[in-house]
Design a protein around this ligand. Structure first.
Ligand SMILES: *Cc1c(COP(=O)(O)O)cnc(C)c1O
Length: 436
């Protein structure tokens, strides 16, 4: 029995060609509002950015239709000619961008890229070392609620209490005591430069594999605004959607051929099935953007802006953990203001400044409340803010926090309204997608 074209949703039907607003008004409306939110508020979440139109276009491309299990030239499906083109370009560009010999561009996310490294190199129960979550480490570096902490044996290192910087003597002592199979450097809320050479020395001494998870700083590394983890680290993982400004995803990079088979096998078929070819296409686009000379300027501008923001916050009476920043991010300690991170996040959001509450080193409050906020400059730098705009933003943040300090969680409504006005002025001068 044949089915009439009108009974199935297919290209014969007019609604196949409807735009999203017609086909699904509810979702279209939410997307439109999200665009407006990104336009009208200042994005200070350190792990977010604003991807280019070309990156968005590749992410929304017809590669979303394609199954391409396997790797270029060795696929389990037919019709992979153009998938091979795209993935090969992504690999070659990633290698060129970060100066390494091998790349796997298939991990669907940052968490999965790290899971792949664990699957490739460790056995369940093996000991590894990572930065303590309370000192700015990531969930996938040994949190008790994450697979890394449940199935493996994490030992952590932290920052010193007096200057809130990573204590390399303690890293060495912990490594000697526990003899981890893997040492991870890199984190999500650490604003100082990483001393990769010092980690290499310690890893070499105890015979550990050295992994750098450069997710937060990979845009700075790509643009020469932070030292590269190569050649010191054996394996380097990174998300592609933070300072690197690509689509939401992950990559794994390495130099020694001995890791090629275990890492590739761990990503597919170890953890994943069909790779997200549309996202891999978008990664290739983002790597090409990051190879342009303008990206170096962008990366250095992120750091310059972070220093301006930190200085302005300090001038306006707020304490920056570790006394400043070398990268794109900072932790603001609100203890002296008697304001929680939770209340600050909400108050700032009412004033159209978007950030996240974050534990500070040796925080006495729970992760749901916290004593700090984390701020970052990659997204603001993308839309065009420079140091003078970030100095203004620092003053606005301090005004909102002072309102919370005086009035409690409700904050100062008049101050928040005035700040909203200033935010609106800044945002209208620097549109995120000018022709959207
Ligand atoms: C963001 C981040 C991840 C995880 O990335 P997801 O894509 O959110 O899974 C892993 N490691 C570090 C250091 C990160 O900052």
């Amino acid at each position: 029995m044949s089915t009439a074209p009108s009974d199935v949703l297919n290209p014969m039907d007019s609604f196949w060609h409807d735009d999203l607003a017609t086909a699904d008004p509810e979702i279209a409306e939410a997307i439109g509002k999200e665009l407006k939110r990104q336009q009208d508020k200042i994005e200070l979440i350190a792990s977010e950015n604003i991807a280019s139109k070309a990156v968005l276009e590749a992410t929304g491309s017809v590669f979303t239709n394609k199954y391409a299990e396997g790797y270029p030239g060795k696929r389990y499906y037919g019709g992979c000619d153009y998938a091979d083109v795209v993935e090969t370009l992504a690999i070659e560009r990633a290698k060129q961008l970060f100066g390494c010999n091998f790349a796997n561009v298939q991990p669907n996310s940052g968490s999965q890229m790290n899971q792949a490294v664990f699957l490739a190199l460790l056995e369940p129960g093996d000991t590894f070392m990572g930065l303590d979550l309370n000192s700015g480490g990531h969930l996938t570096h040994g949190s008790p609620v994450n697979m890394s902490g449940k199935w493996f044996n994490p030992v952590s290192y932290g920052v010193r209490q007096d200057d809130e910087m990573i204590d390399m003597d303690a890293v060495a002592a912990t490594a000697r005591e526990h003899k981890p199979k893997l040492i991870i450097c890199g984190g999500t809320a650490y604003s100082r430069q990483w001393d990769f050479a010092a980690f290499r020395k310690i890893a070499g001494e105890v015979g550990a594999i050295l992994l750098c998870d450069m997710s937060h700083i990979s845009g700075l590394v790509a643009g020469g605004a932070h030292p590269s983890p190569f050649p010191h680290c054996d394996i380097v993982t990174s998300t592609t959607h933070k300072s690197l400004r690509g689509p939401r995803s992950g990559i794994i990079l390495w130099n020694d051929e001995k890791y090629t088979k275990p890492l590739n096998m761990a990503v597919f078929p170890g953890l994943q099935g069909g790779p997200l070819m549309h996202v891999i296409a978008a990664k290739a686009v983002a790597f090409r953007e990051a190879l342009r000379p303008e990206f170096k300027t962008y990366a250095h501008r992120i750091v310059e802006n972070a220093r301006a923001l930190a200085a302005s916050l300090e001038e306006n009476g707020l304490r920056i953990c570790s006394g400043g920043t070398d990268n794109h991010s900072m932790l603001v300690d609100l203890t002296a203001k008697d304001v929680t991170g939770k209340d600050a996040e909400k108050g700032l959001d009412r004033a159209w400044l978007t950030c996240n509450k974050n534990g500070i080193p040796f925080d006495t409050r729970s992760p749901f409340v916290t004593s700090g906020i984390r701020l970052g400059t990659p997204a603001g730098t993308t839309r065009g803010f420079g140091p003078s705009e970030f100095r203004k933003i620092g003053a606005l943040i301090a005004e909102v926090v002072d309102g919370l300090s005086t009035n409690g969680p409700e904050g100062n409504g008049q101050v928040e309204e005035r700040v909203r006005g200033k935010v609106a002025e800044l945002c209208s001068s620097y549109p995120v997608y000018p022709d959207a």
